[in-house]
Ligand binder design. Structure first.
Ligand SMILES: [Zn+2]
Length: 415
């Protein structure tokens, strides 16, 4: 779930949806929440934009409707009628729907809590998306320090805790068992569960980030702290799977399955974090010169795009071109620049007219680490960078080159 890519990367903080339709009648301890899980792909797209708050775009993923309907339904036919008999049947559905909307507003506020603190540390926040497992804030860039990491992570659960207390207070204004009383009690409860569940100290939950920040401040080693927190996350993930399976065998099929699913998702996310830290280690140890493509096709600046496409791209599969003037490279053309020009103009427009002039190119040096090169690509939103030493272009590094290089390392089992 939670991929936090340091360096031009994205930090995602999310709120759990703790099994919202299944309020326990007994102790809180008997109740295991759904988690704050999300799939990396799900998280990055926003299907339905809802607008902006503090410059952060807020959106709904289509998967959100599934959980919205599920929650409304469980509340309207399960929780509310059982706990508060005697309301009208339309009332159950109406309050169920209102509860679900407010519940997701609370998750949104949880994410906004993370975001405000991040913005306070001058860490840009790109978006907040609500989806089937809760919410996620995409926070860009590195946490500048363990202290920043700690406060950004804890801000979400603190927001939920405060919301829980506010709803608790509002509930006391409506004693009895009417709809408003039921609504506030539920919202107070669910927010407290959100706060507590997200504080489980396994990465990638908020509590895992808090834990990592503490370990980071002690060890002064970010990678090591991430590995430790992710291993604790794996432990909690496996524990949830175990508890879920145990519940299935003790008759709670639906609930057990759901808990196992969360556990699986958590342990998966923790594993991918561990893998990522390892990748980061490898990429930090290897140089651009080891992965870059040395031959970059060279074309004269007056070559038309039509010739370029036909002779270089279609027949040789080249994707990136150094544009030269009297055999001195003066710019770079990639598929991206060619696509900007409408096809009917390819015959009359030359490579020199669409190229990015060499002095404007973002570049890396052959001795830079692959990790810093990837960070640069992320930051500039490009997929390749020219490699320049002493003002001369000596090759091009693309994301594909990096992936191919990693594949080779793995195949040869070279660390
Ligand atoms: Zn959170």
């Amino acid at each position: 779930m939670e991929k936090r890519r340091f360096g031009g990367g994205i930090l995602k903080l999310s709120a759990a949806v703790p099994d919202p339709g299944r309020i326990p009648r007994g102790s809180v301890a008997s109740y295991l929440p759904k988690s704050e899980m999300r799939d990396q792909r799900l998280m990055t797209r926003q299907d339905i934009p809802l607008g902006k708050i503090l410059g952060i775009s807020i959106g709904l993923d289509y998967s959100w409707f599934v959980i919205f309907i599920l929650i409304t339904w469980t509340l309207a036919v399960g929780y509310y009628p059982v706990t508060y008999p005697g309301w009208g049947s339309m009332q159950y559905w109406f309050i169920g729907g209102i509860t679900a909307v407010l519940f997701f507003s609370c998750i949104l506020l949880h994410e906004i809590g993370h975001s405000i603190v991040a913005l306070g540390y001058k860490i840009p926040v790109r978006s907040i998306t609500l989806f089937v497992f809760g919410g996620v804030a995409q926070i860009e860039a590195d946490p500048p320090s363990a202290v920043a990491e700690f406060f950004v992570a804890i801000a979400g659960p603190v927001t939920s805790l405060v919301l829980g207390l506010i709803f608790y207070g509002m509930g006391t204004l409506f004693p009895g068992s009417g709809p408003l009383s039921g609504l506030f009690k539920y919202l107070s409860y669910i927010n407290l569960v959100l706060a507590v569940f997200n504080l489980i100290p396994g990465y990638p939950l908020d509590g895992g980030r808090v834990f990592r920040a503490i370990v980071w401040s002690i060890t002064r080693n970010f990678r090591k702290s991430t590995l430790i927190a992710a291993h604790v996350g794996q432990f909690f993930g496996f524990s949830l799977i175990f508890i879920g399976v145990w519940k299935v065998f003790h008759g709670d099929f639906g609930g057990g399955l759901w808990i196992s699913f969360i556990g699986w998702f958590l342990s998966n996310a923790a594993s991918s974090q561990i893998q990522q830290v390892n990748f980061q280690g490898w990429l930090g140890e290897h140089k651009v010169s080891q992965a870059m493509t040395r031959q970059c096709a060279s074309v004269p600046e007056d070559e038309s795009l039509k010739d370029l496409v036909e002779e270089q791209i279609m027949s040789k599969g080249e994707r990136c071109f150094l544009v030269s003037r009297e055999s001195v490279p003066v710019g770079l053309v990639t598929l991206h620049q060619i696509k900007e020009v409408s096809q009917s103009d390819w015959g009359t427009i030359s490579a020199g007219q669409v190229m990015i002039p060499i002095e404007m190119l973002k570049r890396v040096q052959s001795g830079d680490s692959l990790w810093s090169a990837l960070k640069k690509m992320d930051r500039d939103g490009v997929n390749q960078l020219p490699v320049m030493d002493d003002g001369r272009v000596i090759g091009v590094l693309s994301r594909e080159d990096v992936i191919t290089f990693l594949g080779t390392l793995q195949e040869l089992s070279v660390p």
